[in-house]
Design a protein around this ligand. Sequence first.
Ligand code: ADP
Length: 400
Amino acid sequence: MIGPREIHLTPRAQSLFDESDTNGFYFAVWSRDAFMFKTSTNAPAGIATPEKTGAESGTHVRVRDHFREAYHYTEIGESVLVGRDITADIQELHGFAGWLVAAGAGILALGLGGGWRLATRVIRPVEEIGATASRISAGNLSERIDLADTENELGRLAVVLNSTFARLDAAFAQQKQFTADASHELRTPLAVLISEAQSTLARDRSPAEYRETIEACLDAAQQMRRLTESLLELARIDANSAHIRREPVDLSAIAQRCVAKLRPLAELQGVSIQADLQPAALSGNADSLAQVMTNLLSNAIYYNRPGGQIRISTAQDSGAAILTVSDTGKGIEPADLPHIFERFYRADKSRSRADGHCGLGLAITKAIVDAHGGNIAAESKPGAGSEFTIHIPAKPAPTV
Ligand code: ADP
């Protein structure tokens, strides 16, 4: 018979409830009527049986001051409590929390510092690009962005912008040169016109002298007309190069008409023209292509020698129409050859200007060929003659 104040424990349980060897834990055991049977020597003062709030069973956990306790009610109402002083754990946790806050603050500071450094690294070149771009104007295209760092995307953007500025710079310089050349070319016949008129009007002249003056003025006026027509032609091609009016044409038919038109002039110069005209169909502008042939044939006549020959041929080859004009004239020096398609370039300045050759014929020719998506090449042997070859695709390239 087990009395109310007695408890029977197996030897193993007895060893578990050894009040002196608790491994840092304390315990207490109460009977059904809250009599404390047994308690470990390290149990804190004031240890009391957990208050029952109902028919508890099983194990519960509670924290009381700095003690963490687990207690258990047996089926017949006895209770067992095991607890531990967690002051050291709490201190350790506080220490860990402090360390966490410090580490968090450090990481935040590092992130802010890194972010600021990154932002300044990204923003500084952008600001520099913006400042340089705003310094650049039509009058000051020589500025360039400093390419200290070309490894990243901004560096590559700066390279692209610099090359765009360089192209703009070159285009503006070319435009300036062109305007200066055009004014110069116009000023020469204008000066002739004015000085002829002034000197003739200075005193009375004979009808023959007046006639001479009027003829000189007419020459100067015609030179100016040729020049302005060429300038207008160039401006027109420049403006419409992307949208030339095209129709199905045959180069051989156009060449035939041009040869017929220029043969009298060639004969006048003692130059013969041989034509080998094979069908060469393409989609192009007949008037512009006629101008190309007229320019090439006029030069072949003008720069030829008396008794010289001109050969003009047309042919079709792998999707392109081909035109060749060759002559037995004075030829072009190797130093001049790369420049002959430039505007106002003349190899023999004095001679060609006197005859009204203003150095725009080949520039116009090239502009027309370019507008057709083709290419023009020149070969020459000084003293032997020159050959101009044009390739134009039969069909225009598809626009993207
Ligand atoms: P230009 O009106 O002076 O003839 P072009 O633009 O037609 O101008 O030609 C440019 C220059 O190329 C000429 O000044 C001339 O020196 C040279 N040239 C062009 N065609 C020939 C040719 N068939 N033979 C020799 N030189 C030529």
